[in-house]
Design a protein around this ligand. Structure first.
Ligand code: NAP
Length: 248
């Protein structure tokens, strides 16, 4: 990527799975990384090392995205180390699946707090920096489940559908400031999050996917890196699926 200056990217939940693959892809494109993670320091340090091997400067910041104070500390640390934030990828997310009759209110609230409020926290803090810069690329990771729903995921589907609404609203708010805001909706991607699926469910899922396989984290990361680049400057407010054709 021929960029005029070294970009700084903040990736929430950048230590494992899809977030880690996004960090590696952005590092390959020449960005410096601020990698946020929740608690697994070993995974975070491994991701940091891999990005550094690709030439990136990397800052690791532990924090729970559902806490506004933790997010404030994340963006303060990014600004202090790199002086700017060009790219934000809201990737941190969790599941607490259950059928509605068995799902607790706590599990509903927890998923909304991390996936939806956590995204909003980072959008608010990044917007302040990006508006001043009059430049920014924001990519929110939603899910196919936020579009088509899934039994056992009322909490997760609500959070991810909410992310889509926020993406479109903020795209309209920030367009005049040179900031794009898009959402990427992965389908079933092979990560720790989907590692617990039974063989039976895995087979059912594969049969429902036109491309007949689960995706790789790299499949998602390639699109995110494009949306985060200068080449994607005329794309905003979109929800782009990376799901092997599952939702169409
Ligand atoms: P994953 O393998 O479980 O990794 C989750 C990452 O998020 C880890 O880095 C984790 O850090 C971090 N994290 C978790 N809770 C956090 C919190 N409260 N604050 C900050 N960081 C937190 O998940 P994944 O499969 O890569 O999923 C990444 C994103 O893609 C999520 O938003 C997910 O909903 C979405 N997605 C995934 C799939 C899929 O099939 N995998 C499909 C559609 C959408 P620690 O390791 O420190 O806990």
């Amino acid at each position: 990527m021929e960029e005029k200056f070294k970009k700084t990217a903040v990736v929430t939940g950048g230590s494992r799975g899809i977030g880690r693959a996004i960090c590696l892809e952005l590092a390959k494109e020449g960005a410096n990384l601020v990698i946020n993670y929740a608690g697994n320091l070993q995974a975070a340090e491994e991701a940091k090392k891999s990005c550094e091997e690709l030439g990136a400067e990397v800052l690791l910041v532990q924090g729970d995205v559902s806490s506004f104070d933790d997010c404030k500390a994340l963006f303060d640390a990014a600004a202090e180390r790199f002086g700017r934030v060009d790219i934000l990828v809201n990737n941190a997310g969790i599941t607490r699946d259950n059928l509605i009759l068995r799902m607790s209110g706590e599990d509903f609230d927890k998923v909304i707090d991390v996936n939806l409020k956590g995204t909003w926290n980072c959008l608010k803090l990044a917007s302040k920096i990006m508006v001043k810069q009059r430049y920014g690329r924001i990519v929110n990771i939603t899910s196919v489940v936020g579009v088509i729903g899934n039994a056992g995921q009322t909490n997760y589907a609500a959070s991810k559908a909410g992310v889509i609404g926020m993406t479109k609203s903020l795209a309209r708010e920030l367009a005049s400031r040179g900031i794009t805001v898009n959402a990427v909706a992965p389908g079933y991607i092979a990560t720790d999050m989907t590692a617990g699926l039974s063989d039976e469910i895995r087979e059912t899922v594969k049969n429902a996917i036109p491309l007949q396989r689960l995706g790789d984290a790299g499949d998602v990361a390639a699109l995110v890196a494009f949306l985060a680049s200068d080449k994607a400057g005329y794309i905003t407010g979109q929800v782009i699926h990376v799901d092997g054709g599952l939702a169409m």
